[in-house]
Design a protein around this ligand. Structure first.
Ligand code: TK8
Length: 362
């Protein structure tokens, strides 16, 4: 009897211990299933990336230096994407034209040898001629109107035009209202432009508009600009005060005028080849990150504008306010150029932009 009892006790103990270890497995399998549950949500992408053995790398190049809000916005993009993809996508950032100028970096995206760049819209007109509309002088009355139009249907229509160029436009960032600088004289009225050798972006409308004002414009990549001003190859250039200050143009320029002649957007561009290779979830992540980082960049860019004017004066530059009458004279002189480009771009599309501006300005 005793033996049977012992056997039963031992048998019960074996069953009990087996059940415990089985539970352990279950709990660990639960954990692992928990892990799988976590993996399904977020890490699966990593596992997917891991399963294909690749971590995707974004080489992101810009022309401005690390002090500019554009670079700080790029770092914000990097932070969001690397966190949200749990490292499945890594962003390498290159400032100060390390990977080339706007045009060459845009071409690199088309070739698939670079993944992201954030050029001004002006050089993009060489890829999509309709982009010249963004360089119509005095098009946007203020930043808020620009945001409303660019972030709305019309802005998206222009981003969609990039697809045929093997480019994906994910968001608009802000370069800002462009002001004129030069090393020769104060510029307060249209007449003062006469004969000034002004560097412009590589954009025919900019060239034609400055010619109409009597200047002698030269198209040039941003990466060559500082040296050209230092050597006197050009007398002046035009850029937002953030760039004028942060790129230290005050070291080679003596006069700045508040022409505010063009509001320049940046476009956050991604290589279509790279974008199409992302999972649906990763595409949503990079798109949302470009938009969120863009809002952050716009905010940074606007916060310091007042201070930049003061800083430029403290660095010895003469700041000339352009009066509304003088600005109107510039608008009148440039109008025939705009009429010509309206024809080139297409009257309906130009009207659509102006209607969107009127709507946004209400
Ligand atoms: C920087 C350029 C710059 C632009 C120019 O890559 O070329 O003058 O205003 O900001 O995009």
């Amino acid at each position: 009897m005793k033996k049977i009892l012992m056997f039963a006790v031992v048998a019960l103990m074996v069953i009990f211990l087996g059940a415990c270890s089985g539970d352990g497995d279950e709990s660990s399998s639960d954990n692992s299933s928990d892990n799988n549950a976590e993996a399904t949500d977020g890490t699966e992408e990593t596992e997917e990336a891991d399963s294909s053995g690749e971590t995707k790398t974004i080489r992101a190049g810009i022309g401005l230096n690390e002090d500019h809000p554009q670079y700080k916005g790029l770092l914000k993009f990097k932070e969001i994407v690397e966190e949200k993809t749990d490292g499945a996508i890594v962003v390498e950032t290159y400032a100060s034209g390390q990977l080339g100028d706007d045009r060459t970096m845009t071409e690199a995206l088309q070739l698939g040898s670079q993944e992201v760049t954030i050029p001004s819209t002006a050089p993009l007109a060489n890829f999509v001629p309709e982009y010249s509309i963004f360089d119509f002088p005095f098009l946007f009355p203020d930043e808020e109107t620009a945001d409303a139009v660019l972030d709305g249907e019309v802005g998206q229509k222009f981003l969609d035009m990039l697809e045929d160029q093997n480019l994906v436009g994910l968001a608009y960032w802000e370069n800002g209202f462009r002001d004129l600088t030069n090393s020769k004289r104060e510029v307060a009225t249209a007449e003062d432009f006469e004969g000034l050798k002004i560097r412009t972006m590589e954009n025919d409308l900019h060239l034609d508009a400055f010619r109409a004002l009597g200047a002698n414009p030269t198209p040039m990549a941003f990466t060559e600009l500082f040296t050209a001003m230092q050597q006197g190859t050009v007398d002046g250039q035009e850029n937002p005060v953030a760039t004028i200050y942060l790129e230290k143009f005050y070291e080679v320029q003596d006069y700045v005028s508040s022409t505010h002649h063009v509001y320049s957007p940046f476009v956050f561009l991604m290589s279509k080849e790279f974008y199409d290779g992302l999972t649906d979830e990763q595409q949503t992540i990079v798109r949302d990150a470009a938009l969120e980082a863009g809002k952050y960049e716009r905010k940074l860019n606007r916060e310091a504008n007042e201070k930049y004017v003061e800083d430029l004066q403290n660095e010895g530059m003469t700041y000339t306010e352009i009066t509304p009458e003088a600005r109107q004279e510039m608008v009148d002189i440039i109008q025939p150029v705009l009429d010509e480009y309206t024809e080139k771009i297409g009257e309906d599309l130009v009207q659509e932009v102006y209607d969107a501006i009127d709507e946004a300005s209400k």
